[in-house]
Design a protein around this ligand. Structure first.
Ligand SMILES: [Zn+2]
Ligand SMILES: [Zn+2]
Length: 337
């Protein structure tokens, strides 16, 4: 079978390797059909992640078909169309036992610290697989993982239909969050410093947008939600935006932080105290795939808007290079098998 391996920064080679075999009774052999390229994959490709050992088969946003099952597998059967929840935790520690598997101190992700989806077959534990019907394409299903990030943020901030939500950033995750919020029925304002990305936010269902390079975000929020927003989400993940969040929130507002920025965000404690703000972090997803499978079934995920580029696996090197070169104009690139 083919396995696309990152050999060194910027260089992926397709190697002929042995098809993996089921070693434990709870494992499943999946034939990969579609895999999304994530921002994480692009960082790894550029050699910007020192926690990733090479060679590595990247790719954690995958859909496929079950081809074989171990003796104790009950969740899926041969022939099922499935997506993978790539979050892999120890299952033994206090954090895992309390249900917070995505923040387990030894958490790993398929395609990052262990081999992932850019190969013809992968063996995974059945607990990571979620089946979907014939009416959902493999391509749409490959979007499940980025939407699980949105599902986690929506759950962490407890968004309700009556909420007014500000989403900073109209990139891939921002667009997923907007669709998730509109699915709930809340109102959403999206800001971005790239004007062209805001038209996509509108297409995703945003009630209002603001081009924050030119216009004041604070003024736009005051017009959208006088007195402040109920929920503010930084979908870019940089300290400079985290810093702005308390000023945009209403009293008793909730703020979601998803960035991995190591820079300090200077927030005077008084800004949190006076409004009794709640600040939550949100990392990958904590078993949110059942919610995402619901969205896929109900057609709440706009596949045309999200998928910008598709390449056969043979052209994966070109797919990475062109996605990087394209910058702001690509939402999601898919690799097809
Ligand atoms: Zn991803
Ligand atoms: Zn654990």
């Amino acid at each position: 079978m083919r396995a696309a391996k990152l050999i060194s920064a910027g260089k992926i080679e397709i190697e002929e390797t042995e098809k993996p075999v089921i070693m434990h009774p709870d494992e499943v052999l999946v034939e990969v059909k579609a895999v999304g390229i994530c921002g994480t994959d692009l960082h790894i490709f550029r050699g910007e992640r020192d926690d990733v050992e090479l060679p590595r088969v990247m790719g954690h946003e995958l859909s496929g078909i079950v081809r074989e099952t171990g003796a104790q597998v009950t969740r899926v059967k041969t022939g099922d169309r499935v997506v993978l929840d790539p979050v892999f935790a120890c299952g033994e520690c206090k954090t895992c036992k309390c249900g917070h598997v995505n923040v387990c101190s030894s958490v790993k992700c398929y395609g990052v610290q262990m081999d992932g989806g850019f190969q013809d077959y992968i063996v995974v534990e059945e607990s990571h697989l979620y089946p979907f019907g014939e009416d959902v394409s493999f391509e749409a299903a490959a979007l499940a993982e980025p939407f699980s990030i949105a599902a986690n943020i929506v759950a962490r901030t407890g968004i309700m239909p009556e909420d007014k939500v500000v989403v900073m950033g109209s990139g891939t995750i921002g667009l997923c969050i907007v669709q998730a919020i509109k699915g709930i029925g809340a109102e959403v304002l999206v800001s971005d410093v790239v004007d062209s990305k805001l038209s996509r936010a509108k297409e995703a269902g945003a009630d209002d947008t603001v081009y924050s390079r030119v216009h004041s975000l604070e003024d736009a929020v005051e017009g959208f939600a006088p007195g402040g927003a109920d929920v503010v989400i930084d979908a870019v993940g940089i300290a400079a935006l985290t810093e702005q969040m308390p000023d945009l929130a209403a009293p008793a507002g909730r703020l979601a932080v998803i960035g991995f920025d190591g820079e300090p965000a200077g927030i005077p404690p008084v800004k949190i105290t006076k409004k009794e703000l709640t600040i939550v972090g949100s990392r990958m997803n904590c078993r949110r795939f059942p919610k995402v499978m619901e969205w896929l079934r109900e057609g709440k995920i706009n596949e045309e808007l999200m998928i910008s580029r598709k390449y056969p696996v043979e052209e994966i090197q070109r797919a990475f290079e062109e996605t990087l070169a394209d910058g702001q104009d690509t939402v999601k690139t898919l690799i097809l098998f």
